[in-house]
Design a protein around this ligand. Structure first.
Ligand code: ATP
Length: 242
């Protein structure tokens, strides 16, 4: 049984249909990259899975249970954690306080202050610093670490590399690549296609709220994804896109 199933999901902003009839199934331990151009509906889909945005139509099942109508705060104890775009840390609180806030909200499990600091060692010397004083890369690490403190079975990551230096992105991805070994299932929104294809097991491309490509990352070429990104036929001939 898949850990997460999304069936015919539609999510709107007023009259705008940001997500249109999306079907997805995610196995436990899998990493799925969600790609697509600006405005394709990636953030809305992620927020709807997390319960931060209401589904207009369709169903979301998690571990077999229908969670479509559950509010976000009741999805966290089931094991769903969202790292939102822009990180949303408590800027005036210390890093340690940010992490501890999440501790009691989720499930018991392998992630504790000690183990998240092993996964994100760059946070160790910053525990007593105000979160708002950290660099962008450190803030992103703290946001992911905070989500892990709830011991999620499903980690939803929205644009973790946005606005970060290449070195900070590299450091984050080294940490992320080590996570699935801990059994975490991940949906990752990532603008950098190379990164997305490198870290994911499977790739889904959204265009105007609909899935235009789905495939195993290993078997997916940049050209094929870009074609799905823009909804145009590739000028390259079949088989010439590797
Ligand atoms: P980006 O990479 O720019 O974040 P995205 O693929 O994550 O894009 P969404 O942010 O989900 O896409 O946006 C999907 C559509 O919904 C876009 O047309 C966007 O303008 C619209 N939209 C998103 N948030 C809102 C909102 N709060 N109110 C109105 N429309 C919105």
């Amino acid at each position: 049984m898949p850990l997460l199933t999304v069936e015919n999901l539609t999510a709107t902003h007023g009259l705008l249909h940001a997500v249109r009839g999306v079907d997805l199934a995610l196995a436990e331990g899998e990493t799925l990259a969600l790609v697509g151009a600006n405005g394709a509906g990636k953030t809305t889909l992620l927020r709807t899975i997390a319960g931060a945005h209401r589904a207009a139509l369709g169903r979301i099942r998690f571990d077999g249970a229908d969670i479509t109508l559950l509010p976000a705060h009741r999805r966290v104890p089931l094991g769903i954690a969202l790292v939102p775009e822009g990180r949303r840390l408590f800027a005036g609180m210390t890093v340690a306080e940010n992490l501890l806030v999440a501790e009691g909200r989720g499930r018991a499990g392998r992630w504790t202050m000690a183990t998240v600091l092993d996964a994100f060692p760059q946070l160790r010397p910053k525990l007593k610093s105000r979160a708002g004083d950290l660099s962008g890369g450190q803030q992103q690490a703290a946001a992911i670490a905070r989500a892990l403190m709830s011991n999620p079975r499903l980690l939803l990551l929205d644009e973790v590399s946005l606005g970060l230096s290449p070195a900070a992105v590299e450091q984050l991805y080294v940490s992320l690549a080590a996570l699935p070994a801990g059994g975490t299932t991940i949906v990752l929104v990532e603008q950098d296609l190379g990164r997305a294809l490198g870290v994911a097991d499977r790739v889904v491309c959204l265009l105007e709220g609909r899935i235009t490509y789905e495939g195993r990352a290993r078997e997916t070429t940049r050209a094929r994804v870009l074609e799905a990104y823009f909804g145009v036929s590739s000028a390259l001939g079949a088989g010439a896109d590797r």
